[in-house]
Design a protein around this ligand. Structure first.
Ligand code: SIN
Ligand code: CO
Length: 392
């Protein structure tokens, strides 16, 4: 299932009611619910049963480059194990009260990317990942809150969600995961396959599997002000050179040699006031920072291929961003995986389609006049770096 052909239309159709949001439009959802209040949607993706079996999920959790956790509740104690797991770990699990969670499934599976494209009414810059969990009866991660906006989409089976907009968010001390001390159920819903619950950040929630169940969490993160400031200071450090030096030709005698004098403080203040930035600097910083892959991500580099072969295959199959790639646009600039993109402006319409749809179809690429040699050369570089793949 691909959404490419409808994508451009979709971008203009955000005022139409959609099933995914329970018959309201993306526009209404953003106005009334997003980042504000929970929304339960029955049959958000009708007939959605998920695209992974429990065994396939466990298989992913055994892989080196996949982040996974096993959480269990045994004798009233929470236990957390981090993956990757040895296959035999799954042979020794109890019948109930545990859950396996696999992060960033969208970095590995086309189907996960197809689901994410349905949420393209939210900017990609806000996306964190698609996480999949499996739990037998009673399993879950306990009552907690997240700092994320999350769409909890039910795959196979059923899960009981209890939610609360309580103010008391104090956590159990010493637990290996964030568990709320005093969770007070305000509303509860049983979700079946295809149902979805949207929760804004800090709404307390507790999902418990009713029999075997799988949940697909589409998470959108908002960076904290502290994180943004720290990252922006790093950016400034790498992108600014201040000229001149501290100078004190008028140095006056001080009573206390140990004292940092007022004139020194003043002069340094004036040097630091030379550090200026504007919206364009912040935009550049955001492009670099928000497209930067997480530190554990490794791109799979394919075998070498000539420019001619790339062009031929592009026209035949189309290309798409590899699953771990992030291509973002800010003002007139593009950023791929933490680097600014240099490209010829003539190819802007292809670049924006590739960024929005994460793919360019063979049709998009079939007319030779539609892209320049520079564009092929750029795709060649990206292909060799593992940032794009051929569409199947
Ligand atoms: C789960 O899938 O069990 C956890 C999702 C969540 O509560 O954030
Ligand atoms: Co949660």
């Amino acid at each position: 299932m691909r959404y490419h052909t409808n994508m451009k239309k979709n971008l203009n159709r955000h005022s139409e009611p959609i099933t995914l949001l329970g018959g309201i439009s993306a526009e209404t959802f953003l106005k009334d619910y997003w980042h504000k209040k929970p929304l339960l949607i029955r049959g958000a993706i009708p007939e959605f049963e998920g695209f992974l079996t429990p065994n396939e999920l466990a298989g992913l959790a055994c892989e080196e480059d996949v982040q996974s956790r096993l959480i269990s509740y045994v004798k009233k104690q929470w236990k957390l194990e981090q993956g990757p797991f040895a296959e035999k770990r799954f042979a020794k699990l109890p019948e109930r009260d545990w859950t396996l969670l696999v992060q960033s499934v969208n970095h590995h599976l086309q189907e996960a990317n197809d689901v994410l494209q349905q949420f393209n009414f939210i900017p990609f810059a806000r996306l964190d990942d698609l996480m999949v969990s499996y739990a037998p009866d009673g399993g879950g991660v306990g009552p907690h809150f997240d700092s994320y906006d999350v769409f909890l989409l039910q795959g196979c089976g059923q899960r009981l969600w209890r939610i609360s907009e309580q103010e008391d968010l104090s956590l159990v001390e010493g637990a290996p995961l964030r568990i709320l001390q005093n969770f007070k159920t305000e509303q509860e819903f049983t979700l079946s396959a295809g149902d979805m619950l949207y929760l804004p950040p800090h709404v307390a929630h507790w999902g418990v599997a009713i029999g075997d169940c799988m949940t697909y969490s589409i998470g959108f993160r908002a960076p904290s002000a502290q994180e943004l400031a720290a990252e922006f200071l790093n950016y400034l450090q790498e992108n600014r050179t201040l000229s001149g030096m501290y100078a004190d030709p008028d140095l006056a005698l001080q009573e206390h040699p140990a004292e940092i004098g007022g004139s020194m403080v003043k002069q340094v203040t004036s040097i630091l006031n030379g550090l200026k930035w504007n919206d364009a600097d912040v935009a550049d910083f955001l492009g670099l920072y928000l497209s930067e892959p997480k530190s554990h991500i490794v791109f799979d580099a394919p075998k070498n291929i000539t420019l001619q072969a790339i062009e031929k295959r592009m026209k035949l199959h189309g290309i798409q961003l590899s699953f771990k790639s992030q291509l973002l646009k800010v003002a007139n600039n593009y950023y791929l995986n933490g680097e600014a993109v240099n490209f010829v402006a003539d190819n802007e319409s292809l670049m924006i389609t590739l960024a929005d749809c994460r793919l360019l179809s063979a049709e998009d690429l079939s007319l030779p006049s539609k892209f320049s040699e520079d564009f092929v050369a750029l795709m060649h570089d990206w292909y060799l770096a593992g940032c794009i793949i051929f569409s199947q």
